[in-house]
Design a protein around this ligand. Sequence first.
Ligand code: KIV
Ligand code: NA
Length: 265
Amino acid sequence: YKKVTTKSLIEMKSNGEKISMLTAYDYTMAKIVDTAGVDVILVGDSASNVMAGHETTLPITLDQMIYHASSVVRAVERALVVIDLPFGSYQSDSKEALRSSIRIMKESGGHAVKLEGGKEIKESIKKILNAGIPVMGHLGLTPQSIYKFGTYTVRAKEDEEAEKLIEDAKLLEQLGCFALVLEKIPANLAKQVAESISIPVIGIGAGGGVDGQVLVIHDMLGMNNEFSPRFLRRYMNLYEGMTSAISKYVTDVKSKDFPNEKEQY
Ligand code: KIV
Ligand code: NA
């Protein structure tokens, strides 16, 4: 795929090709992620945690999401760019949801939006889709509802919640969402959902039976050594690598090793 579209993702699912997705929040990182061949770049509201240092995703604003998203869009040539609608920008009513989505699309140049929830936000999803804006769903652990759940532990372990999740996934497909994220639910349940709908299911902490995987870039690069959920695979230890590079710089400045003769005019 020269340029990934919502259609290519649906094709990937029917061809059995797994979809790769990572987050990015800024130009430099997005350029690297895109060049490395990631199919979908998510400008996640996890920016609230990893970029701004908030404890939850709730404080990030629509303006801040648009700033991150427009920085990412300027870097990307191939990937599909999906942007999270932040908490408070779509829950009041479907008109607000559409207004927020239009702002994201116009002001960032991104390709699709993502919203957390199922049946509760049905009208909003319909309205956004009617405006021609592709929507990605997000079920399971939905961090914008952290104060309702109280913890970030695995969701839908009980039958009742699992059943609602299956219904919500089918509803999202029916409404016309092009894909959905399943976060931190039992692998068996995620596999069952992926097999029962035709749109791609991208998992995070949802096992290998789904159609693709997503991780937060800072986590998979090991920039963050405090957050170690079971589902996280670290591909680098950038925390150590960067800390030792930076302390070497400090040493070189103090010892007058840097700059040397060749590093000056
Ligand atoms: O904000 C985010 O990073 C996300 C992913 C974890 C799916 O929503
Ligand atoms: Na998110």
